[in-house]
Write a protein that binds this ligand. Sequence first.
Ligand code: NDP
Ligand code: OXD
Length: 316
Amino acid sequence: MNASGAVLFNAPTGADNGPEEWRAALTRLDPGVDFRVWPDTGPVAEIEFALVWRPEPGDLRRYPNLKAIFNLGAGVDALLKDASLPPAVPIVRLVDRGLTIGMTEYVLLHVLRYHRGLPEMEAQQRRREWMPRPYPLPWRRRVGILGLGVLGGDAAATLAGLGFDVAGWSRTPKALPGVKGFIGAAGLAPFLERSEILVCLLPLTAATAGILDAGAFAALPRGAAVINAARGGHVVEADLLAALDSGQVGHATLDVFAAEPPPSDHPFWTHPRVTMTPHVASLTVPETAAEGIVEGMRRARAGAALRHVVDLAQGY
Ligand code: NDP
Ligand code: OXD
């Protein structure tokens, strides 16, 4: 295998990108890139790197000279379901400034919507009702971010910068200016108890699946808003519906679902206090995402340590 093999692309065309956008973005940074679009792989021994999003289970085992797998999204939960992944090949998750900016925009959009009482004013408008509503100063609004990683950390820091009373929950301690840290299982209940607006930006792992269940909703202040921009598997949907119907959760913004799209008779579609978006909280942007991928390929070729390698024991 020489120093520059081929790059295999295997991902469905998304809302804003397909193979030609990726080819252009990679070529701009690495003009010599030998870019191949699955299933036209050419000889499998020539594939040095794979850029994938939900590839067919078993496919990644076919390339004997694979140096790294680049996941074209931040979450690797779908990829790790493939029990036949080549065990010695590192998996790099996506860290992309375009993805981070997009997620912080989404979190700000929905946190500010709840902070300023927009859902209530939209309901008033439908009733032709003119009723100005007060809203608290940002430092009297307690926002909680589940997950203080690349995405949760940026959203938390941005909200703290606007003056909100922000807390975050993570597995290991973090030091983010203006963000109160809550750690691990023992920190979850006190974190939830103070979260008037709760944002989920956790990876989906064995430890976090179903974390937003009846117990979690009961721990929130009554009428709290819940924003899930992570994975549908974090939410026990029946428990969320029950919490919405009892008023324990005031409103939910959901970008991700147990099944995507949810079946047409799913109660979320018509629930008056659910806002749905079709898994677009943040989209992978080839123009910016290619920067980290090309840098990763350079590092792998030089034998240097890769960044953002998935910890298989933790599942993220
Ligand atoms: P990171 O890996 O950077 O951050 C994950 C955070 O979750 C870390 O702070 C980590 O803690 C924390 N965490 C993980 N497991 C636990 C646990 N058991 N208990 C407490 N904290 C835990 O991920 P990203 O920020 O890059 O992405 C987060 C998720 O966002 C992705 O996995 C993906 O599912 C979702 N996503 C959704 C998108 C959408 O459009 N809807 C777009 C992009 C991503 P620690 O820091 O201690 O390791
Ligand atoms: C991701 C996603 O994980 O788009 O990046 O959901």
